[in-house]
Design a protein around this ligand. Structure first.
Ligand code: SF4
Ligand code: FES
Length: 245
């Protein structure tokens, strides 16, 4: 099988001829090449268990976590229902094309600079704000509330949704699906006293209101997070408040 991999910062791609077993993941494939063929190949990973979010790549145009995705799932097109993004070169016949995820600057090979993603994320203050709340004992969160929050807490900040969201390229300053989902998670948190005021942080035309509901975010998310649902709910809450006010 041929693995065609983006190299450097520009338009270069290298082809590697590899023998693989059926169970191998995309990350295993990258290690196989790095350890046996080309030690200079650069890619990012940490946990190898779909937890740290650092191994996001574009495989035959599909935004995926390298450590979670079997090569066969890509080459046999078993995920043809998944979101497919434009690639910068053709994929090898029956093989795999690996590229850095789009909409973030490329540092080298498959490694991108996550700064733009995290800059937008930080602007929405993704931390629990309980400054003026002083409970006598521990904070208690009910099971239902906890489960509702968990849908959004599950995000591992891999930026796959960012790379698959057309609005990121269309609207300057759009926080992106993950940041908006996290903001909604803190609105849901019963320990926060601010209520709907939390949602005001993105209540502008480049925030909640910029989403066009492509729903790519939910489709590519490896953790089942539904940012589109959070955005829809936030918009309804803000609209209802405006109508009442
Ligand atoms: S919402 Fe999903 S796709 Fe987006 S950063 Fe979080 S885990 Fe990744
Ligand atoms: S290596 Fe951590 S998510 Fe893939």
């Amino acid at each position: 099988m041929i693995a065609r991999i983006h190299r450097g910062k520009g338009e270069r791609y290298d082809d590697y001829e590899v023998e693989i077993t059926s169970s191998i993941t995309v990350l295993d494939l990258l290690f196989l090449i790095q350890e046996n063929i080309d030690q200079s190949l650069a890619f990012r990973y940490s946990c190898r268990g779909a937890i740290c979010g650092s191994c996001a790549v574009l495989a035959n145009g599909k935004p995926v976590l390298a450590c979670k995705t079997p090569v066969a799932r890509i080459t046999e097109q078993k995920n043809s229902d998944q979101v497919s993004l434009d690639t910068k070169t053709g994929q090898p016949e029956g093989g795999i094309l690996l590229e850095p995820i789009p909409k973030l600057p490329v540092i080298r090979d498959l490694i991108v600079d996550y700064d733009p993603f995290f800059e937008e994320y930080r602007k929405l203050e993704p931390v629990l704000n309980v400054e003026n709340v002083h409970p006598e004992k521990e904070y208690l969160v009910g099971k239902d509330e906890s489960m509702e929050m968990e849908k959004y807490t599950n995000c591992i900040l891999c930026a796959l949704c960012w790379s698959a969201c057309p609005v990121i390229s269309e609207v300057d300053g759009y926080p992106g699906p993950a940041a908006l989902a996290k903001l909604f998670r803190f609105y849901l948190d019963p320990r926060e006293p601010g209520g709907i005021k939390r949602l005001y942080l993105a209540d502008h035309e480049t925030g909640w209101w910029a989403c066009d509901f492509y729903t790519n975010c939910k489709m590519v998310c490896p953790r089942g997070v539904p940012p589109n649902v959070a955005i829809g709910r936030a918009r309804k809450l803000l609209k209802d408040e405006e109508d009442e006010g």
